[in-house]
Unconditional design. Structure first.
Lengths: 459, 459
């Protein structure tokens, strides 16, 4: 079966079917995990080729794993044994930047940041900014419904996708949505495909809305001695009429880790930091920044305003350094991205503290406080069997706490492989049954990204 | 079958199953059309009752038509012969306004404007504002993915629905989404149900996000002598860094109709009007209003700024009077809500002019220029057979023009009954097949709002 694939598709796309073991290794992982290496990697460059590959795979029941840059956090693009990776990295053209209609047409392999740069040159703005934006592809962003710090004001990838072109597992091309800002004809296939983690169809073209670049931004770093005061500030800011463009949170562990790692001058005595950015017209920005500074100062915070590009960059570099810095604490990081309703952040942080003590583990939290999305990092060592077992048990407790606070086990990362065993903690049997029914409509032979998203028992 | 329904469900819900002909008549129409009167109307007041009604209907294969206020524009809530209307008007509680988490929990029968008023008292803001907002229900808004003038800045109903509770046609309750601003676990059932026009499940509870009320608004009426200058102004405004909260357009016919109807002082010599509103902090609003005034003045417009609540209200009353005023021209109004990419509005307006001349019909256009959504009103008389036939042909030409300009045949109104014969002009066979597959997953017996949304041939 795979021999035939290599031969037939290899003849069709010479040099674009990889079968060497060292090549296959490069497609065997994502940012979360490794499962197995694929039987082949195929690299189409246009929709027609994707369609032909899918039709062949469908006829021969060969499982396909669509893949962008492999920066996902839950194994969505990770191949299993006896699968073919369909890499979309060769479909990386920005087809059109249509300023008149404020929309871009891109292929799925375009890097998020490349689009942002191209737009920025023209004074335009594509808000979704996942941490991996310099590497991750827009196709992957759509498949995972990627978020980022700016989601609090600007929403997530879903909010920018006007339409898609996708290839069904049997090779047929399906258009969804289009170039209009509004449209209500038929069921919303566009938003059904967004976040479907490559299990329903292979995205081959994306219509993305963009915005004018805000005239100005201001960046504030607010250091609180107590974590509760920071949580209170989040509530006061968001219930004032200000909608900041980012409202990022770092707990004490994260702050210490970053400062020890990059010596960027973060206050070592802070119980929690908020990194807040506002944008808009000159008048609005200075007004909002002043009000935020007053709110935080009134709660005892030390507020530092970044006046120039360099100091803004420095603050954001510190925020982005959290993830690498944490590895200084322990070699293995289990990173979960729970969300709770914003007002319940303090309760969630208390629950995390209790779990950390219960299992004697270091847990560092940071993330998007503005929308209740906390990145919870259990720092452990995969080789320390006892500790790692405790860490795995802590994950379940964290999810239970998030769900009991009316939250979710994933705000941005998706389910993929790593969270599929927990999905039924959150979703009802009826919901899972409906989702499997939908999967079956799109992929009756179950060849597209199989064994992802749903608990194994039901496969 | 219907006898049994009346008996069994009538016993269960005494006084809440209507069967008298004069009662049934009241549930036989919406804002667009009449089809037939139902066999019964049932009025549940909680999810449990909806579930029991659905289970009974499922077992006896009785078609159910979910209904809010019946203000829809395309017959989505209009009953066919031998159906039961499931009216959700009794489920009208605002269950919670959760200021801490900036979300509301409501039943589907809550009137849009009631929620807006409740929120306004607390300095909060629910943006979606369909024209019928003083009467229409939030459940209907969700089912149709209702928009409104403020969509250009604030998006449509979909953008505010965090989660839903719905009852499947077999009576099972399905939760979708929840109380978090982000969430990516499983397929997006929430947004699949939004805009599904009551054909997939009966919505029984809605979790809606809301915003802080903007501190200030400014309203400008800009009168242009030529329609092309107005279209140019729309482009210049939207490609500047200003995102107005409304950017409404009225053509000459609409302006004349309103002025003759309500004598509110609109300029009779204008070729087109733009009604523009900006909101935000005091500083931002006055800044944006000044810049918009300059843009429009530079294009030869006469700009009038509404300084106080009274004059703002007057301008909006004029805008809202367009629809009733048009009936002064001709007794029958065929109202279509096409959308084109914003930059193509001038082409669409030219196409409308040509169609108006081709069929010798009065066509008045107004609507949401900011997002390319134009309400096209063919003014005719249902009793003038020849003219009405020409009007029906003009509808198809208008849809063809919109689609050829990469637009859609419906931006806000949905498909329902009145547009189902045109759906395959826009959607591909593959898309329709997938949608029918999804319908079948949710409603395998086809009892929920049957014969809506899809072309008849395929039923």
């Amino acid at each position: 079966m795979f021999g035939l694939f290599r031969k037939k598709i290899g003849d069709m796309l010479p040099g674009r079917v990889l079968t060497e073991r060292e090549d296959l290794f490069c497609y065997g992982f994502d940012a979360s995990s490794t499962e197995d290496i694929p039987s082949a990697v195929v690299m189409p460059v246009n929709t027609q080729e994707v369609s032909e590959i899918a039709a062949f795979a469908f006829n021969h029941r060969i499982p396909l794993i669509p893949r962008g840059a492999g920066t996902g956090m839950t194994g969505g693009a990770v191949p299993l044994r006896d699968t073919v990776v369909l890499s979309l990295e060769g479909m990386n053209r920005i087809i059109d930047i249509d300023e008149k209609n404020m929309l871009a047409v891109v292929e799925p392999g375009v890097i998020n940041y490349h689009l942002q740069e191209k737009l920025e040159e023209k004074g335009l703005f594509y808000p979704p900014d996942p941490a991996s934006m310099k590497f991750c592809t827009l196709g992957g962003n759509v498949a995972e419904n990627a978020g980022g710090p700016r989601a609090i004001k600007y929403g997530v990838t879903r909010d920018y996708v006007l339409g898609l072109e996708a290839v069904l597992p049997d090779g047929r091309v399906v258009p969804a949505g289009g170039k209009t800002y509004k449209g209500v004809v038929g069921y919303d296939l566009t938003r059904l495909l967004v976040g479907s983690e490559g299990t329903l169809a292979i995205i081959t073209k994306i219509f993305l809305k963009f915005l004018p670049m805000p005239a100005e931004t201001a960046t504030l770093l607010c250091a609180f001695s107590e974590i509760d005061a920071a949580a209170q500030a989040v509530n006061r800011i968001t219930s004032s009429a200000i909608i900041p463009r980012t409202l990022e949170f770092m707990d004490r562990e994260s702050t210490l880790a970053v400062e020890n790692y990059s010596h960027c001058g973060l206050p070592l005595d802070a119980g929690a930091l908020l990194l807040i950015e506002v944008d808009g017209s000159h008048a609005a920005v200075s007004d909002d920044a002043d009000r935020i500074a007053s709110i935080c100062t009134a709660l005892g915070a030390h507020v530092r305003v970044a006046d120039d590009i360099y100091s803004k960059q420095q603050l954001w570099d510190a925020r982005r350094a959290v993830s690498p810095a944490l590895y200084r604490i322990r070699p293995t990081k289990i990173n979960e991205d729970i969300v709770v309703p914003r007002g319940r952040i303090p309760e969630m942080l208390r629950a995390l503290r209790a779990i950390s003590e219960r299992y004697n583990l270091t847990i560092a939290s940071f993330g998007h406080a503005g929308d209740g999305n906390i990145h919870v990092n259990i720092m452990t060592d995969r080789n320390d069997k006892d500790e790692y077992r405790r860490a795995r048990r802590a994950v379940r407790d964290i999810f239970e706490a998030a769900i009991s606070l009316e939250g979710t086990i994933s705000g941005e990362h998706g389910v993929g492989l790593t969270k599929k065993e927990y999905v039924d903690m959150e979703l009802s049997d009826v919901s899972i049954e409906l989702m499997k029914g939908i999967k079956n409509v799109f992929d009756p032979r179950g060849i597209l990204n199989p064994r992802k998203m749903f608990p194994d028992s039901g496969d």
